[in-house]
Design a protein around this ligand. Structure first.
Ligand code: PGA
Length: 277
């Protein structure tokens, strides 16, 4: 076997080991950092350069698990650029149908074929375009059916002094619980992304984040049971930057981050990954 092939095999084996730890109930102990590139960059050349720069900094598998979600047209090329690194490929959305007359949609089979392992579902920017809880749940089921990992985004538009936003989050979790049995919810990742913090520079405080992590776990305990709730990793997203990542991770008690803007600069993304290491 070539040197490159040996490295690749070692990386895959280490990743499988992480996944095995997860399936043994240690899921929350392996943090996850996902870079959501959104509608950036606008050329394949720039996407390739960014992917290569991230891959160079992430050669070996050491926690956290690092994932990048480029726009659909770049998945194949980005997949090639990160192939020999520890970086894992993700997609930003998926359609519920797998094949047929659905102009403009992207199938889970296509994403799987291109090597995507995580699929972001229900991002607030998609919900703002009309995606409902019901559609989000259908997408989550589609992803799980094809043995990939959905990263399900939840989060309130604004905070109010009466704490109604907690009810909003609880309802988002309830809609998932209506369709997902315990065995399925254990296979998803939840990304708590308060909409007011996304792309605004207004990061939630460590206290906000910690409180929400506990709240989500409590709701999942109510909807399932404690052991199941403990298995579901909860990431935080919303203006995560190199200078707030360490405190949010250590004191906020989250399972990692979903990073937008800061994932577009390889150095900033690497600094966030380091803060979680
Ligand atoms: P942001 O985006 O880090 O730019 O706030 C996060 C997200 O939308 O996933």
């Amino acid at each position: 076997m070539e040197a490159g092939g040996i490295v690749e095999k070692a990386i895959r084996e280490a990743y499988c080991f992480f996944v095995m730890l997860q399936s043994l109930g240690m899921k929350k102990t392996v943090p996850l950092v996902i870079g959501n590139w959104k509608l950036n960059p606008v050329t394949l050349v720039d996407a390739s350069l960014l992917a290569s720069a991230i891959a160079r900094k992430q050669k070996t598998v050491a926690a956290p698990i690092v994932v990048i979600a480029p726009p659909f047209p770049y998945l194949a090329e980005v997949g090639k650029k990160i192939k020999k690194s520890a970086v894992i490929l993700a997609a930003q959305d998926v359609y519920t149908e797998v094949i047929g007359p659905f102009t403009g949609e992207v199938s889970i089979l296509q994403l799987k074929d291109l090597g995507a392992e995580y699929i972001i579902v229900g991002h607030s920017e998609r919900r703002a375009l009309g995606e409902t809880d019901d559609l989000v749940c259908q997408k989550v089921q589609t992803v799980l059916k094809h043995q990939l990992t959905p990263v399900v985004c939840i989060g309130e538009r604004a905070r109010d002094e009466h704490g109604d936003f907690f009810t909003f989050i609880e309802n988002q979790l309830r809609s998932l619980a209506e369709v997902l049995p315990a065995v399925a919810i254990k296979k998803i990742v939840i990304a708590y992304e308060p909409i007011w913090a996304i792309g605004t520079g207004k990061t939630a405080t460590v206290e906000d984040v910690k409180e929400m992590q506990l709240f989500i776990e409590t709701v999942l305990t109510k909807l399932y049971d404690r052991a199941t709730a403990k298995m579901v990793p909860v990431l935080y997203g919303g203006s995560v930057k190199p200078d707030n990542a360490a405190s949010l991770h250590k004191e906020g008690d989250m399972g990692g981050f979903l990073v937008g803007g800061a994932s577009l600069k390889a150095d900033d993304f690497a600094a966030i990954i380091k803060a979680v290491s």
